[in-house]
Design a binder for this molecule. Structure first.
Ligand code: ZN
Length: 209
């Protein structure tokens, strides 16, 4: 028997509410097949938190699977991830302005899962996406000539997904970018590549006068 229940994501901040994408999650199963990459992300999440680039519940990590992608759930802390904080997104469908995510797991995917989904569609060779709030890179990004989205857009909005899509369409070879006044995204063919770029640019920013 297929286990189905539906959750809606809500936003407590009324100022931002209108910008956020209406997102419905349908869980097709409570569990997805075990994946040892999750153990790596649990370990690296702690490392990112220690670096100060994953404050509170900010940032999200994902990797591609045979069926879709596995991503950290909404409201999870990268510094304290547990196996149950991950969810497999099989498909995201869009009808008019409403989105439905079909998932396996027990937690609602991060609302920023929308741009992870977009990037996996745009870049078939990319297998890992890490999004972190690296303020040091944000302040030094221009000096370091790191590609940046054009306009600031609210987190979780469709406009933000569109900004990222535009930049990746224009600059087909980039695999590290800044979301204006928000954070960074690192894309990797492997998880290790995505992680190394996060550390590399953090170090570059630290050393830049
Ligand atoms: Zn973010």
């Amino acid at each position: 028997m297929i286990f189905v229940f539906i959750c809606y994501t809500f936003n407590k901040d009324p100022m931002k509410k209108n910008n956020r994408v209406k997102f419905k999650t349908i869980f097709l199963a409570k569990n997805f097949s075990k994946n040892r990459k999750i153990d790596l992300l649990i370990k690296w999440g702690k490392e990112f938190a220690r670096m100060g680039i994953a404050p509170e519940t900010k940032g999200n990590l994902s990797f591609r699977t045979q069926f879709g992608f596995i991503i950290t759930g909404t409201g999870t802390m990268l510094g304290n991830l547990r196996p149950k904080d991950f969810v497999e997104v099989l498909r995201i469908e869009k009808k008019k302005q409403k989105f439905t995510a079909r998932c396996k797991g027990k937690i609602i995917p991060s609302m920023e899962g929308l741009f992870h989904n977009e990037i996996y569609n745009l870049r078939p060779k990319i297998n890992a996406i890490f999004h972190l709030h690296d303020n040091l890179v944000l302040t030094k990004g221009e000096k370091l000539k790191i590609p940046c989205t054009e306009k600031e857009q609210p987190a979780g909005s469709l406009a933000l997904v569109e900004e990222i899509r535009k930049l990746l369409k224009k600059r087909k070879n980039i695999d590290y970018l800044i979301i204006k006044n928000h954070g960074v995204i690192s894309l990797g063919k492997t998880l290790l590549k995505a992680k190394e770029q996060i550390k590399f640019f953090n170090k570059q920013a630290k050393n830049k006068k």
